[in-house]
Design a protein around this ligand. Structure first.
Ligand SMILES: NC(=O)c1ccc[n+]([C@@H]2O[C@H](COP(=O)([O-])OP(=O)(O)OC[C@H]3O[C@@H](n4cnc5c(N)ncnc54)[C@H](OP(=O)(O)O)[C@@H]3O)[C@@H](O)[C@H]2O)c1
Length: 280
């Protein structure tokens, strides 16, 4: 099967590319640069031409503007990257009856503390990142072949996971948010579980995360333990002090995915070990 992976050069995309190739599938990596196919996803005409030329058997969309601050300061640009391409991608998926995997977010929940949120839990959209990602889900769902993957990902190559690992190894100053809950999943597990869901012909919205919820701070303590580091210098604080409003009750209930797949998703401890063991 030939897959087109959009956003293939970020934190998550390369995991899909390598795992598809390991499964014997063809994976064509796309981004604005450094990929097999280089183009700007905000150009609808170019996107249509790419789909026509490549004619993939399936599409995985990992492309996004993931930076909450940048989305807030330029919502139009966030819409063009995070939302609008899903109109063309879903139309193409529906017309050709081919799978569209849309990587979404968990950034939708403001109440419930560490309670896991199901796929049908009420969403509250508190910033432009959340609005653009949620609208992308709605556009994707216009294709009956769309699989929406709500997630919280972590990896050592970039972003929060890299910061956590580097800061712990270098004993850098850290403020741990003890009131900001999530269920992070290592990017390699995210790609593997998502491809298993696609292989099972799942469609609609699925939470793909670790099977336990913790505060961001407690997850960092778990990574420190996995690294055999005593984090005696860190400070504990609150996510409410961030500049742009965040949804902070992001733990996801993964029972729907576990039932579909017939296996358990990773625990937080397994995720902490996966991050600790990954090369920077
Ligand atoms: N990272 C997280 O903590 C997190 C948490 C929950 C959900 N997610 C979701 O997971 C998905 C993957 O996130 P990630 O962390 O892997 O993101 P990332 O590292 O920022 O990668 C984004 C990818 O999109 C490409 N891209 C950005 N703008 C583009 C454009 N205009 N045209 C074409 N390609 C473009 C980037 O390459 P170029 O810039 O070279 O084009 C890159 O390959 C996203 O849907 C995100 O919303 C992420």
């Amino acid at each position: 099967m030939r897959w087109l992976i959009l956003g293939a050069t970020g934190l998550l995309g390369p995991c899909f590319v390598s795992q598809l190739r390991a499964r014997g599938d063809e994976a064509i990596a796309a981004a604005r640069s450094q990929a097999d196919v280089n183009f700007d996803l905000t150009d609808d005409d170019v996107l249509a031409k790419v789909l026509e030329d490549i004619n993939p058997d399936g599409i995985i969309n990992c492309a996004a503007n993931i930076y909450v601050d940048k989305c807030e300061s330029d919502p139009a640009n966030a819409y063009l990257i995070n939302t609008r391409p899903l109109s063309s991608l879903a139309a193409w998926s529906a017309k050709h009856q081919r799978p569209l995997l849309q990587v979404s977010t968990d950034h939708y929940f403001v109440e419930g503390g560490n309670k896991p949120q199901s796929e049908t839990a009420t969403v509250r959209l508190v910033n432009e990142y959340a609005r653009t990602k949620y609208l992308a889900e709605q556009l994707a769902l216009t294709s009956p072949n769309a699989l929406i993957l709500r997630t919280n990902i972590i990896g050592a190559k970039k972003g929060h996971g890299r910061w956590v690992k580097e800061s712990l190894l270098n004993r850098s100053p850290m403020t741990l948010f003890m009131d900001f809950y999530a269920s992070p999943l290592h990017v390699n597990d995210m790609a593997q579980i998502s491809l298993d869901l696609a292989a099972s012909k799942a469609t609609g919205i699925f939470n793909v995360a670790s099977r336990e919820v913790s505060s961001k701070g407690d997850f960092i303590y778990a990574v420190a333990k996995a690294l055999n580091i005593n984090p005696d210098w860190v400070e504990e604080g609150s996510g409410h002090k961030l500049n742009v409003a965040r949804a902070m009750c992001l733990g996801l209930d993964v029972s729907k995915a576990e039932k579909q797949l017939g296996y358990h998703l990773p625990t937080l401890e397994q995720t902490a070990h996966a991050l600790a063991n990954e090369a920077l």
